[in-house]
Write a protein that binds this ligand. Structure first.
Ligand SMILES: Cc1ncc(COP(=O)(O)O)c(C=O)c1O
Length: 206
């Protein structure tokens, strides 16, 4: 796979809807989580297509993948926390974790085909500081799609210690839950210092 930029122009329907909206003058700020009608439409679509019911309140509209992930990671990760990142991974994931004072723990794939996540290596990479597992499925760049067996194996063995069980549902739900979780504010000074000293990626011991 490659960068997410489409190699085709926006469909005519989308172009006209955008122009119509701009002309209508209804272009003010929306609620931060998105307009109720859009959140409802997304919840209905996910409920109809993913085999799991979603409520509008569980949906937060974001303007990009990195926006959604940075919100979720900011809510979940504190100084000294670790986030498991199966490789290969999108380049900015490491810095998103570091920005919050966390350490990305890079876990190479199984050797068998070079793309399948190595579930036993992921288990070995767990530490008392593990806060999250990043699941990108279908993976970019490898294209690997996490199977039900992958997710159940991971959840069965590890969910009580990490947020892996949340990750078996959609990123949208994971982000919503993470973003609504409260925690004390982080000190910016400490955060920058921590970025310099302790956020180099860690590779788990074999
Ligand atoms: C796996 C993955 N993560 C993150 C991004 C960044 O997405 P965005 O530009 O929506 O922030 C991309 C873009 O292609 C991607 O493929």
């Amino acid at each position: 796979m490659a960068v997410g930029e489409p190699d085709f122009p926006a469909p005519k329907l989308v172009q006209s809807a955008a122009v119509e909206k701009i002309r209508s003058g209804d272009v003010r700020y929306t609620p931060a989580a998105g307009t109720p009608s859009l959140r409802k439409a997304v919840a209905e679509h996910l409920s109809a297509t993913r085999g799991t019911p979603y409520a509008s309140e569980e949906i937060t509209i974001c303007h990009s993948a990195k926006h959604a992930l940075s919100g979720a990671i900011s809510a979940l990760v504190d100084e000294g926390d670790e986030v498991l990142v199966p490789l290969p991974a999108w380049a900015s994931y490491f810095d998103l974790v570091r920005m919050c004072g966390g350490t990305p723990v890079l876990v190479p794939p199984e050797r068998r085909d070079g793309v399948r996540p190595d579930l036993s290596a992921l288990s070995r990479a767990l530490s008392p500081r593990t806060k999250a597992l990043m699941i990108n499925s279908p993976n970019n760049p490898s294209g690997y799609v996490f199977t039900r067996e992958d997710l159940e194996a991971w959840r069965g063995s590890r969910s009580r210690r990490t947020c892996g069980s949340s990750a078996t549902r959609s990123t949208a739900r994971w982000c919503t839950r993470a973003a609504t979780r409260s925690r004390p504010p982080r000190s910016r000074k400490t955060s920058r210092r921590a970025q310099r000293s302790s956020t180099a990626p860690r590779r788990p011991s074999p």
